[in-house]
Design a protein around this ligand. Structure first.
Ligand SMILES: [Cu+2]
Length: 258
């Protein structure tokens, strides 16, 4: 809000320097228009820029006759600098988050897999589609850390796992046509429930705990999971989310104790 106040003060200052004309109203409204555009969501910045540029042109044309040259020039320079700063900030921010997400997603698997994998991003809102951050060529898909969960849990998955993740998000039964392999081998590991795929925090009976970096296996028929331990603390591979349509084998790459 302080930016808005500063803007209004600058505009007021300009107004006192100028002869009062009908067009001064345009100039007084301008910073407000500009700010309202920049309060939009990040994805609409380009559109806002075009609009702001168009409004600047209109204001300039209208004041061309009424204002003296120096004030007009100073105002224009100020506005151009301001627009540039806003545009720079918006694009830099967008670029750095995207680059950061891609780099994070690629740590989930060895370079031989993640190097040429497609990098997708989680849906921005529940029920929305995943977006592609970078196209790939080797049939693998990597996803960055899931922001809602504690810890660092990016993954690189094959087609079976990708379908499985989609089914999980839409709460429908997964279709597994051949054994699926997924890497969650990034250092750090994450925390989650061993019994409830949708748990977001510990409860008395959801076996909340630490999942170390791991490889995950999907089987076509859940009867193939029988005989494999179901506890994280077994010391070796175990079945996660047993008894749900999302049961799969966890192959830890380091100790499950932390
Ligand atoms: Cu996993």
């Amino acid at each position: 809000m302080s930016v808005l106040v500063r803007f209004q003060r600058i505009t007021a200052l300009f107004a006192t320097y100028r002869r009062r004309t009908v067009m001064s109203t345009f100039w007084e409204l301008f910073p407000v228009t500009l700010l309202s555009h920049y309060r939009m969501s990040a994805t609409r910045h380009e559109g806002a820029l075009v609009w702001t540029a168009a409004i600047t042109m209109v204001c300039w044309l209208f004041t061309r006759i009424a204002e003296d040259r120096m004030h007009r020039t100073l105002t224009l320079i100020g506005l151009v600098l301001l627009l540039g700063a806003f545009a720079d900030q918006a694009t830099a921010q967008k670029k750095s988050t995207k680059a950061h997400k891609i780099a994070n997603a690629m740590t989930a698997a060895p370079r031989s897999i993640s190097g040429n994998a497609t990098i997708m991003d989680w849906p921005a809102t529940e029920g929305a589609q995943m977006t592609t951050l970078r196209a790939g060529t080797n049939g693998w898909t990597c996803l960055p850390d899931f922001p809602a969960t504690k810890g660092n849990d990016p993954m690189c998955v094959d087609d079976q796992w990708l379908g499985f993740m989609g089914a999980m998000m839409s709460k429908t039964p997964p279709k597994v046509s051949h054994a699926g392999i997924g890497y969650m081998a990034a250092p750090g590991g994450a925390y989650g429930s061993n019994t409830d795929p949708y748990a977001t925090k510990a409860t008395a009976d959801n076996e909340w705990g630490y999942d170390p970096p791991h490889v995950m296996l999907l089987v076509t028929d859940q009867s193939a999971l029988a005989g494999i331990p179901t506890s994280r603390q077994s010391g070796g591979p175990w079945v996660m989310w047993r008894g749900t349509p999302y049961a799969h084998i966890m192959v830890p790459l380091s100790s499950t104790k932390k």
